[in-house]
Design a protein around this ligand. Structure first.
Ligand code: ADP
Ligand code: SF4
Length: 697
């Protein structure tokens, strides 16, 4: 297939100062959780993007000095020449596929606590560090400013030595000393670096000049700038100083990469924003500079990409998440394979990797983070040399991905789903408020399966152990999912609560299947959330929108605390407050009377009642393993029936994230005929000793 001519504009080369990008697809800097501690993983991740057709592939932020130490986060580092081999490996893999390599230099200023280096953080003015650490940053004096300029210069020289084509100055996400100097909130200096707009811009200008001189005329110089902090007048705004900065510095860099600050505003999830959500803030940029502009907004539709270029909003289609969900997105557009694009669902499981200091994972792309250590390629899987048929039971994310990837390997695969629709939990969850895009997990896999002649798909096919033994298909995978518990057991209550009788209980599964109607319309509803991620809040939101009086009770001190890792926590809490959901924190379940639940404070044990006609406990799930247990009980019959292996996948093995279910299905498809050696580490590990010269060979 060849590309549709209406997408030609996306494949035009664009000059960035002295270098030229071969097309308009631009992987903007994004963290990966791999960074300096997992250099091979990082290099292979970035190389994969280049192979997939992104003309520019950027690193994550690169700390330029030990006074900018984000430990335990795992970003890129350029503290000294010892960091060069890891970064050279990145540029080599990007260049191998004809793309430009970009690096984002940062001094994190007051954003860091310097937990590892134990050095004092630096800031324009005395300030408490951004984290909760009991650490303060020191106001920089003139000597510090001289040092800072030299550190940027040295880092730029090293970046060039490592082979980067584009060197970035980062003034975004409220994470960089350059943004801190620009900000009236952070900068109350009275010298020539504070006060007036020009004074607050001075350090930025100086460092731009220094870095330009350092990199010479073979590397491009880019700026990543937050044009709006969504804080109104107490922050940078796109009508105010965001615009003034670009107007003042307009032609100095070779490229403007513009976005929103902080990170939670920049990487909004689909629950809170649509594709292209940054356009209202960044559309002015091209009117004040002639330099190419890149911006983001979770663009996955090629038509939207063409539109933003044609409308003169952007020159490059910037992407972090769409490039994670589908590293081959540009290639697929180029080859006219639009239906093959694996669209990002905007769930931010990827950001949770960085926020928990581990290599990232992705709901849609199970191979991300596994490019090096497991050798997984997002587009290709070795065909099975002696394929044996497989039967997959359960058409949720685990079963769908297992079937899809097995079919791709050339295996004859049969997928049986007991219900009347595909997708399992994603089919149900994507009907919840704000989660419609999650249906893409199902849609992409069904789309891919429908093109395979070796895949047979059956709905309305609840299989029993007897059915499976009768079919005698050599490899069987059970992906029958999980159900929410209704006995109160979870993190807080480790034993069943016997006062929870059927009378007042409505399980999350009932709401997922029947909608808000599962909950009686009269009387107050209590959602008890001990799960701590999205489900409790989204059910509360659904019920409140349908006119129920909702109290949200959590043993934690915030609504949905794990969603801090997906950058959603503040938005979720704000939304529930906006819907007049009463939020009760730090409370567990203690007992009940006819119309009330008794809550007890998790610290003091002091109790208080809450009116409750219906309780929705969002605590934990149990695997739906009946089928597995029946088959296990008849294991002696497997061989005679012609069955070699029966394997549990996804939530049926252990309930978890949708991302984990997809990963489980993918893993199965790659290894279904292999004997698992449980004593062996199932992936390659970074050889840190060798990397740092402690061991040769
Ligand atoms: P996962 O997240 O692990 O993929 P889901 O709960 O999303 O799990 O999906 C499990 C699917 O398995 C559901 O759609 C359910 O209807 C289906 N299922 C459960 N038991 C059977 C069975 N015995 N035969 C066929 N399908 C089943
Ligand atoms: Fe998109 Fe979710 Fe994958 Fe992140 S984890 S890239 S938001 S699908």
């Amino acid at each position: 297939m060849s590309r549709d001519s209406r997408f030609d504009i996306l494949f035009e080369p664009v000059k960035i100062g002295p270098v030229t990008a071969r097309n308009r697809f631009y992987q903007v800097p994004h963290c990966s959780g791999m960074g300096y501690r997992y250099p091979n993983a990082e290099a292979h991740l970035r190389g994969m993007k280049a192979e997939g057709g992104w003309a520019v592939v950027s690193t994550q932020e690169a700390e330029i000095h030990p006074t900018s130490d984000l430990t335990p986060a795992n970003e890129a580092r350029l503290w000294d020449d010892g960091d060069l081999p890891a970064l050279s490996a990145v540029t080599e893999r990007i260049h191998a596929h004809g793309s430009l390599a970009a690096i984002q230099l940062v001094h994190n200023g007051l954003h860091v606590a310097n937990r590892f280096s134990r050095m004092i953080p630096l800031a324009p003015s005395h300030a408490v560090s951004d984290s909760l650490d009991p650490v303060q940053a020191r106001a920089m004096d003139k000597a510090d400013i001289t040092d800072m300029r030299r550190w940027y210069r040295n880092a730029a020289l090293r970046a060039k030595k490592a082979g980067f084509d584009v060197v970035y100055l980062y003034a975004g996400h409220d994470m960089s000393v350059l943004q801190h100097f620009l900000s009236r909130r952070h900068n109350d200096r009275s010298d020539e670096y504070g006060g007036s707009f020009e004074n607050r811009l001075r350090l930025f200008r100086e460092i731009l000049d220094d870095v330009r001189e350092a990199i010479g005329d073979t590397c491009a110089l880019a700026v990543r700038l937050a044009v709006d902090e969504l804080m109104g007048p107490s922050g940078i705004t796109c009508e105010g100083e965001g615009k003034d900065i670009i107007s003042a510095l307009g032609e100095l860099p070779d490229l403007w990469d513009v976005n929103l600050s902080d990170w939670s505003n920049d990487s909004q999830t689909a629950r809170f924003s649509e594709e292209g959500y940054q356009e209202p803030y960044i559309r002015f940029v091209k009117s004040v500079t002639t330099k190419p502009v890149v911006g983001v907004g979770r663009y996955t539709s090629p038509d939207s990409m063409v539109r933003v270029v044609k409308q003169g909003i952007l020159d490059f289609i910037g992407a972090a998440r769409p490039s994670i969900a589908d590293p081959f997105l540009p290639k697929k557009i180029e080859e006219g394979r639009i239906d093959d694009i694996r669209e990002c669902i905007g769930c931010n499981i990827c950001t949770s990797g960085d926020n928990t200091n581990v290599p990232m994972r992705c709901t849609q792309n199970p191979t991300v983070g596994e490019e090096w250590r497991k050798g997984w390629h997002p587009e290709t899987i070795a065909r099975s040399e002696a394929p044996e048929p497989a039967l997959i039971i359960g058409g949720g994310p685990a079963g769908l991905e297992a079937a899809r990837a097995l079919a791709q390997r050339g295996v004859d695969v049969m997928l049986a789903e007991g219900g009347g629709e595909w997708g399992g939990r994603v089919a149900r969850e994507c009907r919840l408020p704000g989660l419609a895009t999650w249906g893409r997990v199902r849609d992409w896999r069904i789309g891919q399966l429908s093109t395979r002649v070796n895949a047979e798909l059956y709905l309305h096919s609840p299989l029993s152990a007897a059915d499976i033994l009768q079919y005698g298909i050599p490899h069987v995978a059970i992906a029958t999912g999980a159900s929410w518990r209704t006995d109160g057991v979870g993190r807080t209550h480790r034993m069943a609560l016997d006062f929870l009788s059927e009378g007042i209980l409505v399980s999350p599964d009932a709401i997922l299947s029947e909608g808000a109607e599962a909950v009686p319309s009269d009387g107050p509803v209590v959602v008890f959330d001990d799960d701590c991620f999205y489900m409790g809040s989204v059910l509360a939101e659904l019920l409140a929108r349908r006119g129920r009086t909702v109290t949200f009770v959590t043993p934690e001190s915030q609504v949905s605390p794990w969603s801090r890792n997906t950058l959603e926590q503040a938005r979720i809490q704000k939304r529930l407050i906006g819907l007049c959901v009463e939020i009760v924190t730090a409370m567990a379940l203690a007992g009940r009377t006819k119309d009330q639940l008794e809550l007890s404070c998790v610290y003091s044990g002091r109790s208080r009642p809450v009116d409750c006609a219906t309780l929705v406990p969002v605590t934990a799930r149990l695997p739906d393993e009946t089928l597995w247990l029946e088959l296990k009980a008849r294991e002696a019959e497997w061989a005679d029936a012609g069955i070699k292996t029966i394997t549990r996948l996804g939530d049926c093995l252990a309930p978890g994230l949708i991302a984990a279910a997809v990963y489980s299905g993918h893993q199965y498809a790659r290894t279904y005929q292999e004997q698992v050696d449980k004593d062996r580490v199932p992936f390659m590990r970074e050889d840190i000793a060798r990397l740092y010269g402690l061991r040769s060979g």
